[in-house]
Write a protein that binds this ligand. Structure first.
Ligand code: SF4
Length: 159
């Protein structure tokens, strides 16, 4: 059975407006707000101290369609980051004390510029994390060498 993403199935939950509405109505469905949870935990204000990890979502394309997927990724999602945007990120990182870039998606490996991006980051001695679903490695022969590619660029694979 092939599954479609919520967007492709035209499901009402794929609408950002509906998602915002549900999150705004958290009290009606008995879920405490983020602020309430902070207060309960004795944390009354959160202040940023810096950026250790810079996470980049390179697109919604994925070889899988998981019911729990919080970005509604899947093979029918074509929204992906361009190389131009990746270059802008690399340029922005030049002036930032970021040591680690964390790549996610969808399946980030399906972005046609994924390897180029990893190579650029690796050349700059930036630590790289890739959120890999592992099944992508066997999904198509063109991904079979991913473990070797990851090893070569010292990528930390989170699966
Ligand atoms: S593998 Fe990950 S990104 Fe892909 S559909 Fe499943 S949860 Fe979403």
């Amino acid at each position: 059975m092939s599954l479609a993403t919520l967007k492709r199935a035209n499901h009402w939950l794929s609408s950002p407006q509906e998602q915002i509405k549900i999150l705004s109505d958290h009290q009606k469905i008995g879920i405490p707000s983020f602020e309430q949870k902070l207060n309960e935990s004795g944390v009354h204000s959160l202040r940023p101290t810096g950026i250790d990890v810079f996470q980049v979502n390179v697109g919604k394309m994925c070889n899988q369609v998981c019911k729990h997927c919080h970005v509604d990724a899947g093979p029918d999602r074509k929204e992906i980051m361009t190389r131009q945007t990746m270059q802008q990120i690399i340029d922005a990182l030049e002036g930032m004390p970021v040591k680690t870039v964390d790549l996610t998606g969808g399946a980030p490996e399906m972005n046609p510029d994924f390897r180029w991006f990893v190579e650029q980051l690796s050349e700059r001695n930036i630590e790289i994390i890739v959120r890999c679903n592992l099944t992508i490695i066997l999904a198509n022969p063109k991904y079979h060498d991913l473990p070797e590619f990851f090893r070569r660029h010292k990528v930390n694979v989170v699966s």
